[in-house]
Ligand binder design. Structure first.
Ligand SMILES: N[C@@H](CCC(=O)N[C@@H](CS)C(=O)NCC(=O)O)C(=O)O
Length: 437
């Protein structure tokens, strides 16, 4: 079969032009440094040079897990490497990782310092150094390493294959998307079958196999990668879903996701090149959210991420994507009389929010509460009531006579609102009629 626009490879491939696509400007067919730049070194033995991509997150999750167990030797300095700006090609970085990819680690606790690159190698190095998250018995150790190496071999098909062609390639190529969507689904099925028989990948204990796999497959299952949750029908992988949520709820995982993060949910809290040890220490010990404040336009994206995550999970299980959630929240924000309140967690992440719009009524105004969302790991701690009270304080200054909202009958959310003093109206009912197109 031949088509007019079919690509006929020349005899010898030449690097003549940028290939297009999101990473075009940093892709090169040669290795080695492009410029001289020494790496900074902080005060701890472990120096991490990374970014909060799934491969980077593996390492920060493990370090935060080790710190949570009380291993003070796992304190680290986290230095941001902006791969979009080519910082992985600086001479100092290439000395630590000749492959010019994050994550890279240098352990100054050994003489001479030890360089460690490849995320799987870093996980193994740290697990052995601290004697954690890697079973000692030969069978458990081998099964853990099986899944660790499985991840290292499989994720390039998910990231470099599916993710690249589905989300980043400048043109959508059906053949490539089909091929890698099939492989991504096959891999999810491999994990699903394993997690049907075992709580964690290596066995009954949480290990570096889970820490390696979760940032890729766990986040894919939670709809956080490539906005592909619906396309790949990730909710079908029931056991992966259970495992993904269980790992996601671990405080060290939430902290690990935040270190060196420059995008998405934690954008505003991570713009510095370094993550000083003092701020990490504060994050580890305090779980107390800050006082709610007004929700601003710049918060919408982070709120949408939380919203999509919460409402795609049971008991709601609605097919939200970050994009759809953002469209909904932006709609309320752009509508007249918008009022929203937001609570940040101690890591700067959105822990919960509520929002709606003021409407003029016969006398004074009504406030229609349109959405409220509290992160699963923050529920049951009084955060929802705190947010609501902050909203009422805000409404008190604006001549509001009543707050209206619609929610399900007899569900926990209804009980929550009843405890705040809401009553199901006796005189009015909420009607709906579906439309067929
Ligand atoms: N197999 C490597 C892959 C690392 C990797 O692909 N890192 C990406 C970010 S997730 C990177 O640094 N890309 C920059 C580049 O390709 O220039 C590992 O697991 O450490």
């Amino acid at each position: 079969m031949s088509q007019d626009n079919e690509y006929l490879p020349p005899k010898v491939w030449k690097w003549e032009k940028e290939s297009g696509g999101k990473f075009a400007s940093i892709n090169r067919p040669i290795a080695g440094p492009t410029h001289d730049k020494a790496l900074p070194v902080g005060k701890h033995p472990l120096q991490l040079y990374s970014l909060a991509t799934p491969n980077g997150v593996k390492v920060t999750v493990l370090l935060e897990e080790l710190l949570a167990l009380g291993h003070t030797g796992a304190e680290y300095d986290a230095w941001l490497i902006r791969i979009g700006e080519g910082e992985q090609f600086g001479s100092g970085f290439v000395e630590v990782n000749p492959n010019s990819k994050i994550p890279a680690l240098r352990d100054h606790g050994t003489t001479p310092p030890t360089r460690v690159f490849e995320s799987g190698s870093i996980l193994l190095y740290l697990a052995e150094k601290f004697g954690e998250f890697l079973p000692r018995d030969p069978a458990g150790r081998t099964e853990t390493l099986n899944w660790l190496f499985w991840q290292m071999g499989s994720a390039p098909y998910l990231g470099g294959g599916f993710g690249h062609f589905y989300a980043y390639a400048p043109t959508k190529i059906e053949y490539a998307i089909d091929r890698f969507a099939m492989e991504a689904k096959r891999q999810l099925d491999v994990l699903d079958r394993r997690l049907a028989e075992s709580r964690y990948l290596g066995g009954e204990d949480y290990t570096i196999a889970d820490i390696a796999n979760w940032p890729w497959y766990g986040q894919l299952a939670l709809g956080r990668l490539y906005d592909a949750g619906e396309f790949l029908q990730v909710q079908e992988y029931e056991h992966v879903q259970r495992w993904a949520r269980e790992v996601d709820a671990r405080p060290a995982v939430q902290r690990g996701r935040m270190v060196n993060r420059t995008f998405g949910r934690w954008r505003s809290s991570c713009t510095n090149a370094t993550t000083p040890a003092t701020s990490r220490r504060r994050r580890r010990t305090s779980a107390r959210p800050m006082q709610p404040r007004r929700l601003e336009e710049g918060d919408l994206e982070a709120c949408a991420t939380l919203f999509a995550q919460e409402f795609s999970a049971p008991p709601w299980s609605e097919p939200w994507t970050n994009e759809r959630a953002l469209a909904r929240l932006e709609h309320f924000h752009a509508s007249p009389g918008f009022v929203g309140m937001l609570a940040l967690g101690d890591q700067g992440e959105v822990a919960g929010f509520l929002l709606g719009n003021l409407e003029p009524y016969v006398e004074g105004k009504l406030f229609y509460l349109r959405e409220m969302c509290v992160a699963t790991h923050r529920q049951g701690q009084g955060l929802g009531s705190e947010l609501y009270r902050a909203l009422e304080r805000e409404l008190a200054t604006r001549d509001v006579r009543a707050v209206y909202l619609a929610t399900g009958r007899g569900i926990p959310a209804a009980r929550f609102y009843q405890q705040l003093g809401f009553r199901c109206s006796e005189g009015m009912a909420f009607y709906a009629r579906g439309l067929k197109h």
